[in-house]
Design a protein around this ligand. Sequence first.
Ligand code: GLU
Length: 313
Amino acid sequence: MSSDTGSGVGAGRYAPSPTGDLHLGNLRTGVLAWLFARSTGRSFGLRIEDLDAARVRAGVAERQRADLESLGLDFDPPLVVQSARSAAYAATLAGLADRTYECFCTRREIAEAASAPHREPGRYPGTCRDLTPVQRADRRRVRAPALRIRAEGAQRTVTDLLHGAVSGEVDDIVVRRNDGVPAYQLAVVVDDGAFGVDQVVRGDDLLSSAPGQAWLADQLDLPAPTYAHVPLALNAAGRRLAKRDGAVTLADLAPSGWTPARVLGLLAGSLDLAEPGESVTTADLLSRFDPARLPREPWIVEPGELGTDRPAG
Ligand code: GLU
């Protein structure tokens, strides 16, 4: 198991899905992941989470990397591309075969069953957990199954550098989707384990996944990482920042005079690591970085103000 700070060892990573250009919130999380890793002497890797082929867009992974590098982040090899790692996921799934079961439920069926009284919303209601071989054969004729792992109601507590001890009851996690693609939850755990990632820094929308992922790591005899789930960027309405909110990517912002260096200054200001308008480098931020002093509230971004000729800084 890694210690809380694990100074001088291990690896951090940033793991975007190449579904669209990184917006200010994603870039800020990337900067934080780099700062957490570099300030503790860790290596820092980039992982392309491109298993969901229907959502991946050509050229985006390359632009995401170039955008992060233009801010001053550097990555250590190897570049991990999930779509090239099918053999590793298949081997892991094979090793778990006696603990998984086929699940034929649609999202809608799960949502309906889970909304019944006394059910915890979002939890798998167990519909397919104990199907007989005959029932499974019947259902296979209608729909291809996903695979879930039996968690038997396990509880897992993780250590998060910003949230402290976070506990959760582990759900029967989907480890292979019904189109045969390894599930996100499985791939994350397999890859973090395979590449020695012992520090996971990502948006706090994924905090509730951490106990299940740590439990899955336990099942695979992998050490669970230390986590830091960082606050998201929100729009003025309090919703998660998105491309539709306006000029929020480096490419959108460039015509209004927002160079990458200036955007780094904006992000640094939002993290209380720079004065408004101050010009900073990632090396400056590294020397100022103190996780204990990070803002714990979401960053509110008003893209209307950024898209002007005279950046608000
Ligand atoms: N690919 C995920 C995302 O873009 C991040 C997964 C992770 O960091 O564990 O939200």
